[in-house]
Write a protein that binds this ligand. Structure first.
Ligand code: 3ML
Length: 113
């Protein structure tokens, strides 16, 4: 399984309501993207600062997204897809900043996730 995690910041001046509506639309659109097994976007609801280790201040983050792909072949299909391109065009309308992370498991899990 390939998993990509994204920190999302909304554009300057966009309301919370509009950002939430665009996130919902983006979620709907994700279901038609070839090669993409699953997409999830979650709004940041709170940012607790009372951490038990030093606080890591990374600036404003409005949402966290994640994409799942079965394997490298599926990821290639995704990258080459016109539907994916259209999805990214919608992304440009409401994602002001994006920080991607490709993640990997610490140990092999039954699901391979
Ligand atoms: C990559 C992505 C991260 C995200 O939240 O949505 C996708 C597509 C996009 O950037 O528009």
């Amino acid at each position: 399984m390939i998993r990509m995690l994204y920190l999302l910041g909304k554009p300057e001046g966009m309301s919370d309501e509009q950002f939430k509506a665009e996130c919902m639309r983006h979620d709907e659109m994700s279901r038609d993207v070839p090669g993409l097994l699953k997409y999830e976007v979650r709004l940041v609801a709170d940012e607790p600062t009372d951490t038990h280790v030093p606080f890591f201040d990374i600036g404003r983050v409005d949402a966290i997204g994640e994409c799942w792909f079965e394997n490298e072949g599926a990821y290639k299909i995704y990258l080459e897809s016109d539907v994916r391109e259209a999805w990214f065009e919608h992304g440009k309308k409401f994602i002001g900043k994006l920080k991607p992370f490709r993640t990997e498991p610490v140990c092999v899990q039954k699901s391979g996730a």
